[in-house]
Design a protein around this ligand. Structure first.
Ligand code: UTP
Length: 714
């Protein structure tokens, strides 16, 4: 047994990390160590270690090289017992997946035919128009049966119509050609220059329905963010969307085609990751919209990852621009969309990483990524601090969210701006799991028991129980930080949206937004604990010292004397803190009061977690407070404080000689290349069954209250 397998837990217990079991005391520990499971795992580990010491990892050899050739070469250095080429097998699985999903030639041809049919008919009604496919039908990431996204380019038609009517007006005669075209084409009914997208799409829908053979279920959806005409091609069942203001999408489709053409690893990786995201219910909402990630966003994540390998596999958009010629210059809606039309001038990468390794690295890269604190930019292949994007010069329209992916061309657009906190948490959880799986033997080695292995196992659909949101996002530990057993953690992720415009402006370009967040969370924690939950809290300088009875007594004293704070820090009255003047806030933000790890010893004197819902309902009934935003879970800060007061009054006659629960609250910051957040560790000082109940309440109450508190005080 290795000493490091066993670690002591509080109250005389132990944890065996080899078998991942908790043992309440020394006798059970001794039995466990002598037991079958522990002994078996020890022996497996010993064998693996020996194998590992006698193994060499070889990469970068030519494709198609046989086991025999490799054995031959390595015989020079000693006996070769075995050659395992498992990595190739995972690589093969990725390639197979691509083959299974991509279009056949006939599917590709069918789409082209449908487009030329629509083009032919539309040209009759909208002279000089162009019908262009974009999205998955042509971006190199096609999947059987995927939607047909079509862009109807009416720019030339609009110019044509304007010119024709100007000529008619100045010459007083009607252009015979325009006249004949427009009567047929409905152009006499609509002025393209001044009509809204909705009006034009209604006309497009009419033409499509009445004049394009083989098309049915035509419907103009003009209220969506991107208005479209939907249709179905009868024969094939293919669904299509026609939009008219989507030139950027056509251009970014060409960009994705270029990325796919630059390296053969791009397509199998994108297919695998897109399929993984679909299987885990993270992306690809079949009905569009919603809070799932779109496939375009997932693809951009893969491109960004490949830009960020130590030896990059894909160039950044700015690098690509350097290789663009005169004829490639392209500005759309004011955005620079310049990149070369093909990759012939771009040097091939020297990176030789295999697909198996890259896939595992993808999960590792994103499992330890700071989503809320950064903006992913494919333009320069960097993750920028959000604070670089919130200043006066930055584009105000960028919609920050729990995940920020900047469109590589339309720089004010957050491609994952539709994602909510819940989806982001599920995304991180799935990344963690995939990352863990890719470290396991099943990932790289074919199962001898015919079990799913490699990417087959990775791509298994989520079971119904996994579909539910994380039990508590607040307990979702960051992947880089192992939490030891027996610790109860709350996590408060960085949320730019909680901060006032003034704070955002002040933070512009600063590196210390994480510290500012930490400071704000610490103030808020203290406010919630003391002013809303009426707990006593005392700041402690010695953060990690063992708490003893004397300290509990000091908490008792604190309560008796009604002294809330016994720290060396001078804390403002919480009520005043909320109503603080902006000049005070500024100085506090500039010099955070709380830094490093901050610990308070706290005590609860009443069962302030019991019956809150009922009192909340009564208070709401009395004050007519709306319940819409919180679904009955949490009210305003003031109401929650009143609820606690009401519980205190109900319990007035109960014994208050000692606290019900005593615990330590320690706040510390994580962040850097992992998610920016303040973690709060809650540790019981005295054994108490009530602590479990109380912590359960804190888990849902604290994160939401802190957010409200920061929003209000900022
Ligand atoms: P999708 O996300 O549907 O991607 O966006 P897809 O590759 O076509 O995958 P399917 O259709 O789900 O199989 C379609 C296209 O819309 C544009 C992109 O050109 C993308 O390829 N798009 C999408 C944007 O320009 N911006 C966005 O935020 C989303």
């Amino acid at each position: 047994m290795s000493e490091s397998d066993i670690s002591p837990l509080g109250r005389g217990g132990f944890h065996c990390s080899l078998c991942d079991v908790r043992l309440p005391n020394s006798p059970t520990l001794n039995d466990h160590i002598k037991g079958k499971k522990h002994q078996k795992l020890l022996s497996v580990r010993r064998t693996r270690k020996l194998q590992q010491e006698r193994s060499v990892f070889v990469s970068g050899f030519q494709k198609g090289m046989s086991n025999l050739e490799i054995t031959d070469y390595f015989q020079k250095f000693g006996t070769v017992a075995n050659v395992i080429m498992d990595k190739d097998k995972v690589d093969e699985q990725l390639k197979k997946l691509l083959e299974l999903f991509e279009f056949t030639d006939s599917e590709r041809m069918l789409r082209k035919l449908i487009v030329s049919l629509i083009q032919e008919v539309f040209s009759e009604f909208f002279p000089s128009c162009k019908v262009l496919l974009f999205g998955s039908s042509v971006n190199a990431f096609d999947i059987h049966g995927c939607d047909m996204d079509l862009f109807l380019d009416l720019e030339n038609t609009t110019t044509y119509q304007a010119n024709a009517s100007a000529t008619a007006e100045t010459e007083g005669v009607k252009d015979a050609h325009f006249e004949s075209q427009s009567e047929d084409s409905i152009l006499s009914d609509i002025d393209l220059k001044i009509s809204t997208a909705a009006e034009i799409l209604e006309v497009v829908a009419t033409v499509l329905q009445k004049c394009v053979p083989g098309v049915h279920k035509v419907q103009a959806v003009t209220t969506a963010r991107l208005p479209v005409v939907k249709f179905i091609h009868k024969e094939s069942g293919l669904q299509g969307d026609i939009s008219i203001n989507n030139r950027l999408a056509v251009r970014n489709t060409t960009f994705l085609q270029l990325c796919a053409s630059l390296d053969p690893r791009v397509r199998p990786l994108v297919y695998t990751i897109r399929h993984w995201a679909k299987q885990k219910h993270l992306a690809g909402n079949p009905f569009g919209g919603g809070s799932l990630m779109n496939n375009y966003a997932v693809t951009l994540l893969v491109v960004f990852f490949l830009q960020n390998r130590t030896t990059p596999i894909l160039p950044t958009v700015n690098d690509l621009k350097e290789h663009a010629g005169e004829e490639d210059q392209c500005i759309i809606d004011g955005w620079d969309c310049t990149f070369p039309r093909n990759g012939s001038k771009i040097e091939a990468t020297t990176n030789t990483e295999g697909l198996c390794e890259l896939l595992a690295e993808f999960y590792k890269f994103y499992a330890a990524f700071d989503y809320a604190g950064t903006v992913i930019s494919l333009r320069d292949g960097k993750a920028h601090l959000v604070t670089d994007f919130i200043g006066p010069d930055s584009d105000k329209q960028f919609r920050f969210g729990p995940i920020n992916i900047q469109d590589p061309f339309e720089l004010s657009h957050n491609v994952s701006g539709n994602i909510n906190e819940r989806t982001a948490q599920r995304f991180k959880r799935q990344l963690d799991e995939a990352c863990k799986y890719c470290r396991s033997l099943q990932y790289q080695r074919k199962s001898t028991k015919k079990k799913a292995w490699g990417i087959v196992r990775l791509l298994q659909p989520l079971s119904s129980t996994d579909c539910s949101p994380a039990p508590s996002p607040s307990l979702d530990h960051s992947p880089g930080k192992e939490m030891s057993h027996g610790e109860n953690m709350l996590s408060i992720p960085f949320k730019l949206l909680c901060l006032s415009e003034q704070t955002k402006k002040r933070l512009h370009g600063s590196q210390d937004f994480r510290e500012v967040w930490f400071d704000k969370v610490c103030h808020a924690v203290l406010y919630v604990m003391e002013s809303i939950l009426k707990c006593s809290c005392s700041y402690t300088e010695e953060n990690n010292t063992q708490i003893n009875n004397a300290e509990i007594n000091s908490l008792d004293e604190a309560k008796n004397k009604e002294v809330k704070i016994s720290s060396g820090l001078k804390r403002p009255n919480p009520e005043e803190e909320i109503a603080e003047t902006s000049s005070n806030k500024r100085s506090r933000t500039e010099a955070p009061l709380y830094q490093g790890e901050v610990t308070w010893q706290c005590a609860v004197w009443n069962r302030i977690w019991i019956g809150r819902r009922k009192i909340r309902r009564q208070l709401r009934y009395r004050t007519n407070e709306s319940d819409s935003d919180n679904c009955g879970i949490i009210s305003s800060l003031e109401t929650e404080a009143k609820i606690t007061e009401a519980i205190l009054q109900q319990e007035e006659n109960s014994d208050k000689s000692s606290p019900l629960v005593t615990f330590r609250l320690s706040a510390f910051l994580v962040g850097g290349n992992e998610d920016t957040r303040t973690m709060i560790r809650v540790t019981p000082i005295q054994d108490s069954t009530l602590f479990v109940e109380f912590f359960h309440f804190l888990e849902s109450f604290i994160p939401k209250m802190i957010e409200k508190c920061i929003e209000k005080s900022d």
